[in-house]
Write a protein that binds this ligand. Structure first.
Ligand SMILES: Cc1cc2nc3c(=O)[nH]c(=O)nc-3n(C[C@H](O)[C@H](O)[C@H](O)COP(=O)(O)O)c2cc1C
Length: 169
C-alpha cells in the first residue's frame, strides 16, 4: 500500500539520540498544529503545550526523570498538558491527549525529525509544573523530546495481529 500516512505510522520509531542541531520554531509549531488537529470529545480541545529549548531549563527538567539524558540531548521539548477547566470526561480527555501526542510524533516523522514520548517524567509532574511556571489546573500528560536523529536504525517489535484480535464475528 502506497500511503504516506501509513508509511509514517510504520516507519516512526522512538528516537532518543540527536545531532546537536537546533529545531526551528516553525517546525515545532507545525508539530503542535498536527497535535491540535487530533480528534477530541465534543471537540473540546483540552490540550495545552509548553515549548522548551532553553538549555538551563532542559537541564533542570532532566533532573526530574530517569530519562534525563534524553531531555538534555534533545534540542527541543514540548510538554503536553491537559487543561482541567477544559475537560469534560476524565477517560475521554485522556484518550484525546493520547491522540494528540501520537499526531505530534507522526508529524515529527513527516518533518524528518525524531521524537520520543516521555511519560516517566509524570512521576514528578508537580516539580515540572513549577519549573515551567504553570498554575495548577494543568496536568502533565507527557514531554515529547524532539531533535534531528543522529541515526535511524532503531528497531521495534509488535506481536502478530492474531495476538490482539480477540474475535472476528
Ligand atoms: C505512555 C507512554 C510513555 C512512554 N514513556 C517513555 C519514557 O518515559 N521514556 C522513554 O524512553 N520512552 C517512553 N515511551 C516510548 C516507548 O518506550 C516506545 O514507544 C515503545 O518502546 C515502542 O517503541 P517505538 O516507539 O520505537 O515503536 C513511552 C511511550 C508511551 C506511549
Amino acid at each position: 500500500m502506497d500511503s504516506p500516512i501509513l508509511a509514517a505510522i510504520y516507519q516512526r520509531r522512538s528516537i532518543r539520540t540527536f545531532t546537536g542541531d537546533p529545531v526551528g520554531r516553525d517546525l515545532l509549531h507545525e508539530i503542535i498544529k498536527a497535535g491540535i488537529w487530533a480528534p477530541s470529545g465534543l471537540n473540546n480541545q483540552p490540550w495545552r503545550f509548553v515549548i522548551v529549548t532553553d538549555r538551563g531549563l532542559r537541564a533542570a527538567l532532566a533532573g526530574e526523570t530517569k530519562y534525563g539524558h534524553i531531555v538534555l540531548a534533545a534540542p527541543a521539548l514540548i510538554a503536553v498538558y491537559l487543561d482541567r477547566d477544559s475537560m469534560y470526561d476524565e477517560v475521554k480527555d485522556h484518550q484525546a491527549a493520547g491522540a494528540c501526542i501520537e499526531n505530534m510524533l507522526l508529524a515529527a516523522e513527516a518533518l524528518d525529525l525524531g521524537a520520543v514520548w516521555l511519560g516517566q517524567i509524570r512521576n514528578n509532574k508537580e516539580n515540572v509544573r513549577r519549573l515551567l511556571g504553570l498554575p495548577d489546573g494543568l496536568d502533565l500528560m507527557a514531554v515529547i523530546a524532539i531533535g534531528h536523529p543522529d541515526r535511524r536504525d532503531q528497531q521495534s517489535h509488535r506481536e502478530p495481529l492474531d495476538h490482539f484480535i480477540l474475535k472476528e464475528l
